[in-house]
Design a protein around this ligand. Structure first.
Ligand SMILES: NC(=O)c1ccc[n+]([C@@H]2O[C@H](COP(=O)([O-])OP(=O)(O)OC[C@H]3O[C@@H](n4cnc5c(N)ncnc54)[C@H](O)[C@@H]3O)[C@@H](O)[C@H]2O)c1
Length: 313
């Protein structure tokens, strides 16, 4: 079903199936893809905003009590954060009232998306805010870091359950791409100085967090959409590239012109109190985790032509 166009069918599905939770992944989910051309920009905006709005409108029209768990991104905050700790979705601010006195308020963190893809996730946040305040829909928005890793406890149960592992320039996330480059005896292409600091999460923890959010929905009278920073650690891109080089004999980094418009170097400090208190055991990045992925890569042939991103902005 194409959720951007098949609203009626989706509404009917809700009425028949009567879910208590919807996990919403369904978006064009690549920043480089969204920046390839005007047509790619338009498709990304049309697809992503239509899907999210159709899901919300159908939840409202169905009048069912459904908890929506959306996979959003840390990228909505942007990476020009003046050394401020990134809060979980909302910023505490002071504003002047009509009597010229300061009053406290909480607002959605002002977004600063770095691509059209990230912009659509920023627009999603406004849809969520509106449907929560106007129609009392129950929503959790998971602001997820960059996912790395290949397997989860479930997919490890049988080889045929193996996950897809994207390593190409559009869909492969940075650490997965570096590992495949190292295994294919290609230089690890680090954009710019590699000083970009980003938030990361292992795929196992991504699934843990979604499961936790489903099992612990926000209360129906929650004053705001629940936003959770779904990340476990921050690293500079060059540091993760260097770590891969220490694990794979002969691997080396190569600095290349950054095809993206982004700060060459940035700090990133993220509040992830929710995950910290939810008893999820973090799977952190280390040599052993990289070695295990390299082992699995040996079972496959790498198409090295696909690794470089063809998108520039
Ligand atoms: N992988 C990451 O590092 C990462 C980081 C932050 C957020 N996310 C978000 O997590 C979600 C899952 O991403 P993923 O990387 O696991 O990719 P994925 O490919 O597994 O999930 C995206 C899915 O959305 C579907 N989809 C897109 N448009 C649709 C439409 N119009 N109708 C129906 N289905 C549609 C695709 O077919 C695909 O199955 C995405 O929303 C993505 O933006 C991913």
């Amino acid at each position: 079903m194409d959720l951007s166009t098949q609203y009626t069918e989706f509404l009917e599905l809700l009425r028949v199936f009567r879910p208590d939770t919807i996990v919403h992944f369904a978006e064009q989910r690549s920043a480089p893809y969204s920046m390839k051309s005007s047509a790619h920009r338009m498709y990304t905006v049309r697809n992503n905003t239509s899907v999210t709005h159709n899901v919300l409108a159908a939840m409202h029209e169905s009048a069912l009590s459904i908890h929506l768990v959306h996979l959003g991104t840390m990228g909505v905050y942007g990476y020009d954060t003046c050394d401020a700790v990134i809060p979980e979705g909302y910023l505490d601010v002071r504003v002047k009232n009509k009597d010229d006195q300061w009053v406290d308020a909480k607002i959605l963190y002002p977004t600063k998306p770095g691509s059209i893809y990230h912009m659509t996730k920023s627009i999603d946040q406004l849809f969520f805010q509106f449907y929560h305040q106007n129609d009392r829909l129950n929503i959790t928005d998971l602001h997820q870091g960059i996912v790395w890793g290949w397997e989860t406890n479930e997919t490890n149960m049988h080889p045929k359950l193996s996950n897809r592992f994207d390593y190409d320039g559009e869909y492969g996330t940075v650490l997965n791409r570096f590992i495949v480059q190292a295994c294919a005896e290609q230089p690890l292409t680090v954009y710019g100085t590699g000083g970009q600091t980003r938030a990361f999460i292992h795929i196992e923890n991504s699934i843990d967090c979604i499961e936790h959010a489903i099992e612990h929905p926000p209360s129906a009278d929650s004053p705001k959409v629940r936003i959770i920073n779904q990340m476990t650690e921050c690293h500079r891109v060059r540091d993760i590239a260097n770590l891969v080089c220490t694990v794979v004999p002969g691997a080396e980094c190569m600095l290349v012109d950054n095809p993206r418009k982004e700060a060459a170097e940035n700090e990133l400090v993220v509040c992830n109190d929710y995950i910290g208190t939810s008893a999820i055991a973090p799977v952190l990045l280390d040599s052993e985790a990289i070695r295990r992925i390299c082992e699995k890569c040996k079972d496959y042939t790498v198409n090295t032509q696909q690794i470089q991103s063809k998108s520039k902005w």
